[in-house]
Write a protein that binds this ligand. Structure first.
Ligand SMILES: [Zn+2]
Length: 243
């Protein structure tokens, strides 16, 4: 690696360290809605997407599998996908929250809990973010940023993964925040939080590693980023009522 590449790599790592994609500390109540099956035995995933920014089918399948593996939802998981026309291409946190107010059709009721996901084009107000959990039951993913993460204009290293690999990973990561990982609403059984990136795992093989939701993940992962929780994540979910 030449000197200029080394400088580029270091500045990118610093940029990643400054990011945070979590703006809502999940409450135990929200974790109970998703992890436990005591009241809510079914989960509806409402996904609203900007026209042309639909969720990939394999990302939906990945999310459904992770929910069924970790959450007590014996009556199943249903995913509902709806497009909306929208031309905005830079999103602030308050704009995203306002959009949810306008578009969200479902909230927890009866025996059904609801996870709300916005798929947006363009970019977030903070550079480098590809996913953000902004509410106790909701998160947003940036479809164009996922594509850019897999195909940067000046990669430090050749990347061995696709935009869909990124999408499959980041959708599980944001779901992990909604159910309280790491130390983000559910207690840790063993200490595994990355002290420099609150709410994230120290383990690079966990989907809860901080770099998963960053545009620069190609500088951290040599292959597709992780799509599963590790043993410490799973221990926390089980202790909080999951499986
Ligand atoms: Zn995160």
């Amino acid at each position: 690696m030449g000197r200029s590449l080394l400088v580029l790599a270091c500045s990118a790592v610093l940029a990643v360290a400054a990011l945070s994609g979590c703006f809502h500390n999940t409450s135990a109540v929200a974790a109970d809605q998703f992890l436990s099956g005591k009241v809510y035995t079914r989960l509806l995933v409402e996904i609203d997407h900007q026209q042309g920014k639909a969720p990939h089918a394999s990302a939906q399948d990945m999310l459904r599998n992770r929910i069924l593996e970790r959450c007590n939802k014996p009556d199943g998981v249903q995913i509902q996908v709806t497009p909306f026309p929208e031309t905005d291409d830079t999103w602030t946190l308050s704009e995203i929250r306002a959009l949810e107010k306008e578009k969200r059709d479902n909230s927890a009721s009866g025996s059904t809990a609801v996870l709300y996901i916005l798929y947006l084009g363009g970019k977030y107000e903070t550079d480098g973010v590809i996913g953000v959990q902004y509410g106790p039951t909701s998160f947003a993913l940036f479809k164009d940023a996922m594509a850019n993460a897999a195909n940067p204009t000046n990669p430090v290293l050749p990347l061995a993964f696709t935009a869909t690999d990124v999408e499959r990973s980041v959708i599980v990561h944001e779901f992990g925040h909604v159910v309280g990982l790491v130390n983000h609403g559910v207690a840790m059984v063993r200490d595994h939080e990355d002290k420099e990136h609150a709410g994230h795992s120290k383990n690079k093989d966990s989907v809860m590693y901080y770099a998963v939701e960053s545009l620069f993940l190609g500088q951290v992962f040599n292959g597709p980023p992780p799509t599963n929780f590790d043993a410490d994540d799973i221990a926390d979910l089980r202790a909080a009522g999951g499986k």
